[in-house]
Write a protein that binds this ligand. Sequence first.
Ligand SMILES: [Zn+2]
Length: 129
Amino acid sequence: MLGTDFSSLSFIHFLEVYFNLGYVNIFPWRHVGIEPVGVSVWGEQKLNEVPGCSKSFTNLELSLEDDGYYVPHDYNGMIYKLINVRGLLFFSTSFMKDHYRSLLCIDQDCRACSYRRAKLKEIETLHEL
Ligand SMILES: [Zn+2]
């Protein structure tokens, strides 16, 4: 990671699916008029596990930093972070199980995350009944 952070690391979207996070099949983009459908020359196909907002992927980054797995380095004044993909998968496991909700941002204006958070709450309420 050079000059950027986890908010631009698309691999986290893979991890959302890999760990089957509770919100991964809650489509978050209807508010902008998008439907979960892909279109190709073979027709339409329903899309599952559509990525949402990634602003708070930095919470995973901070957690890994706190645990000492993903620390910044300096090379001639240039800050970079280095982690291998397998390590990222491995070291993310406990975060994904215990803190995955923090991957949804708390920005009041982010309707994608607000929608997923609300739907998660609905699902949990149904399970409590
Ligand atoms: Zn968001």
